[in-house]
Design a protein around this ligand. Structure first.
Ligand code: PMP
Length: 386
């Protein structure tokens, strides 16, 4: 049989991150700064709540949108932490990670030919998810000179009559950059002016180190235009639980729920019981983890600058995105040689989009000892290329 795999899938490129994981997996003594996940184990109370749910025999499906108790918890959490109000019964869906929330949101709003603006460097999934539904990901390079913030003129120039939405993610993966409330407000003016929607990936909202987080829906007129995507993976250290959520205008959430009930039915029941507990009693643990990331960020970013890898101070998430241009190596060459010669795994910046070329992503969600050793090795490596 010809064409066993559909054309639109054949066209997709595999994620550039994988190649480095595969290389590193076959080597010993590698320090990995490559993985984008917390180095904490999920709080014991959360794990215990999950175990208790199993002991109680809660092993059947939940409502499609998720346990009402969890949606109530999410609704209260969003209101308390981020000052946004969503109805648990009509505006929130519990999803399989923020990943599924993104997929649902894109599938619900993008028709073939629609354009979604993605600010690059960006999380690797955005463009492929948009392209899988026949949409076009229009890439706008972030402003590297200003710590990878958004140049409003560039953003406005990318808007066409086909633009349906702008996808935002600040704190950003891979740059760690945060936008100020004023910058977000300027973006909201464009949203209003051109009658657009916003996909706001707020998965790193809990990990802001220097300023408080502004949820995009809190800006004037934006609640009706914003699809808020978030989850438990990063702030709550629950990547493997695969639990996220989406909150948004009722009509769009209804559309997403239609897809969700056919494609997924519901998120994992036991994970949902864990998440209820995470929202009830997880605050102290989040604050502890945040303090720990902040300490490591301060050490790691200042060390990168000292060893000759210039890096802006990332306001959030757990990534540093230093420049490697002064070594004369491309991002790919730098990452590959660093892995082979010094056994430090990082991700070449170009996998996050063209504007990431000349940079590498280092996750500092690693122990202080590992970070210190990584810096030692990187310093030795960089010296050879001065
Ligand atoms: N958005 C961004 C920006 C991310 O970095 C990630 C995870 N790397 C996700 C979404 C997906 O998170 P989840 O584990 O909740 O699917």
């Amino acid at each position: 049989m010809k064409n066993r795999v559909a054309h639109h899938v054949k066209k997709l490129q595999p994620s550039g991150i994988r190649r480095f994981f595969d290389l590193a997996a076959n080597m010993e003594g590698v320090i990995s700064l490559g993985v984008g996940e917390p180095d904490f184990v999920t709080s014991w109370g959360v794990r215990e709540a999950c175990i208790t749910s199993l002991q109680n025999g809660y092993t059947s499906y939940t409502a499609n949108a998720g346990l009402l108790e969890l949606r109530n918890g999410i609704s209260q959490y969003l209101e308390k932490q981020f000052d946004v109000t969503y109805s648990a019964s009509t505006d929130i869906i519990v999803t399989v990670g923020a990943s599924q929330a993104l997929d649902l949101a894109i599938r619900a709003i993008v028709d073939p030919g629609d354009e979604v603006i993605v600010i690059e460097p960006s999380f690797v999934s955005y463009a492929p998810l948009i392209e899988l539904v026949g949409g076009r990901a229009v890439k706008v390079g972030a402003d590297a000179k200003n710590g990878f913030t958004v140049d409003m003129e560039d953003l406005e120039n990318a808007i066409t009559p086909n633009t349906k939405a702008i996808l935002l993610c600040f704190p950003n993966n891979p740059t760690g950059t945060m936008l100020s409330k004023e910058e977000l407000f300027e973006i909201s003016l464009l949203i209003e002016k051109y009658d657009l929607l916003v996909l706001s990936d707020e998965i790193y909202a809990e990990l802001c180190f220097d300023a408080s987080f502004t949820s995009f829906a809190t800006l004037p007129g934006m609640k009706e235009r914003t699809i808020l995507i978030s989850g438990f993976s990063k702030g709550f250290a629950m990547t493997g639980w695969r639990l996220g959520f989406v909150a948004g205008p009722t009509d769009i959430v209804e559309a997403m729920l239609k897809i969700h009930q056919y494609a997924m039915m519901c998120a994992s029941t036991m994970a949902q019981y864990g998440a209820i507990e995470a929202l009830k009693n997880g605050r102290n643990d989040i604050e502890d983890m945040k303090r720990s990331y902040r300490r490591r960020r301060n050490y790691f970013v200042s060390s990168l600058n000292e060893i000759g890898l210039p890096c802006h101070v990332p306001g959030g998430a757990f990534y540093a995105f230093p420049s490697v241009k002064q070594t004369g190596l491309s991002s790919q060459e730098f990452a590959e040689k660093l892995l082979l010669e010094e056994k430090v795994a990082v991700v070449p910046g170009d996998v996050f989009g063209k504007s990431g070329e000349g940079y590498i992503r280092c996750s500092y969600a690693s122990s202080m000892e590992q970070l210190q050793e990584a810096i030692k090795r990187m310093e030795r490596f960089v010296k050879n290329y001065r």
